[in-house]
Design a protein around this ligand. Structure first.
Ligand code: ATP
Ligand code: MG
Length: 385
């Protein structure tokens, strides 16, 4: 076998070997997924807690690339309770989007694959495991049961079709049976009004480029809500908007959530938005959850050194500082993760145990969990804090 010339560089032979091996692995996964007439019993499952809409359970999502296997999500577990908002935060590249794309089964395939774990969806009378569902069944859930609001509306709206036609299409696809064209158009206009577009009949006939960024984002939200989904996944839905529009969009999401009692999984870098929107917070680092808890626990009592750093780096109005705090160092290479705590090399609070293998989760309260050696002996001496 050809030797690696230097760290990060592969010989042509080695790259070919990897790509052949990748094809073998991903073909196997694809074959499973593309099967027709898969019996429901194969993906039927049971929720751990019936009060959850979604349960991520030890999810592993890898990308089999020619440079090696990227472990984008490497053992993520958290719940999204019914009617609640869960905020997901973490550094760029830590696997937030890949987690939500795994849930929607919208990973870039064939290289992106869920290789282990379960994502349980609560459909009311039964529960499905998304990771075992074939493509054809997944189609019915997207849009109906759950929908996603993407970061950049211009890339999700088709520039050559009028807004009205695009929203009509979504409604016709999922709830169009027995409805006339006029009835569908009325529903579209109603939805556009619901998301706060004043001139809804005018906008119905416009093309995406004729709208402002905020209006386009509202159209995206209208499309996502067209079928009253039980779960809304919002992946940085307001980053492209100015702050006043951002506040309006957040208000809108919140009121719509309450109206149809759905759950929101909210992905963002903005801790202010999390504080305002979320009931629970999940902090991710390098493909893993390092801390999770209620919004009060995470903001008032952050436990993981990464979360503490994250809180310290957020600007506070009225507080004089010379320089904003930034966490030193960078995230480890996802192709070659260390076998100890992934944050150790950047951590300023290391304790003796940190030399050991990746830490396991410690309960600080029934809702507050952290993966860090600093809390090990506290639990050894008598359980939760
Ligand atoms: N199609 C792909 N092929 C290979 N690697 C990918 C692919 N998509 C994502 N990744 C890798 O997966 C990891 C997680 O990416 P992800 O998009 O989930 O990050 P993120 O937390 O959403 O970051 P951001 O905050 O910047 O949106 C990254 O290391 C990224 O390089
Ligand atoms: Mg992302």
């Amino acid at each position: 076998m050809a030797k690696k010339k230097a760290e990060g560089y592969l010989s042509g032979r080695e790259a070919r070997r990897i790509s052949k091996e990748n094809r073998r692995i991903t073909n196997e996964f694809e074959k499973q997924r593309k099967r027709k007439n898969v019996p429901e019993s194969e993906y039927l499952t049971q929720m751990r807690d019936p009060n959850n809409t979604v349960e991520f359970d030890n999810l592993h999502t890898y990308f089999f690339t020619d440079a090696g296997t990227v472990k984008a999500v490497d053992g993520v577990s958290f719940d999204v309770p019914i009617g609640k908002t869960v905020g997901v935060v973490g550094e760029s590249g830590c696997g937030k989007s890949v987690t939500s794309l795994s849930l929607m089964q919208l990973l870039q395939r064939p290289q992106g694959q869920v290789v282990e774990g379960a994502i349980r969806l609560n459909l009311g009378d039964k529960a499905y495991d998304v990771t075992k569902m074939p493509n054809e069944k997944m189609q019915n859930l997207r849009g109906n049961f759950m929908s996603m609001i993407f970061q950049e509306p211009m890339t999700s709206l088709n520039p050559v079709f009028r807004i009205g036609d695009q929203v009509d299409e979504v409604i016709a696809l999922h709830h169009g049976e027995g409805k006339t064209k006029e009835q569908i158009a009325e529903r579209t206009i109603e939805l556009l009004e619901m998301v706060g577009i004043a001139n809804s009949r005018g906008v119905y006939k416009m093309y995406p480029h004729e709208l402002s960024g905020g209006m386009r984002q509202r159209v995206m939200i209208a499309m996502a809500l067209a079928c009253s989904p039980r779960l809304i996944i919002a992946d940085e839905p307001t980053t492209a908007l100015d702050v006043t529009i951002q506040a309006q969009v957040l208000d809108l999401l919140r009121s719509l959530k309450d109206k149809i009692n759905s759950s929101i999984m909210f992905i963002t870098h903005d801790l202010g938005v999390i504080a305002e929107m979320a009931d629970y917070v999940v902090v991710m680092y390098a493909g893993r959850v390092v801390e999770k808890g209620t919004v009060e626990e995470i903001f008032h009592n952050p436990a993981h050194p990464y979360t503490i750093g994250l809180m310290a780096s957020k600007p506070v109005v009225g507080k004089q500082v010379d320089k904003l705090y930034s966490i030193p160092g960078k995230v480890p290479n996802p192709i070659n993760m260390p076998n100890y705590c992934y944050f150790k090399d950047r951590c300023e609070m290391c304790v003796a145990g940190c030399e050991g293998e990746y830490p396991h989760e410690i309960s600080l309260s029934p809702t507050h969990k952290v993966t860090c050696y600093r809390y090990y002996d506290k639990t050894d001496k008598g359980g939760d804090r």
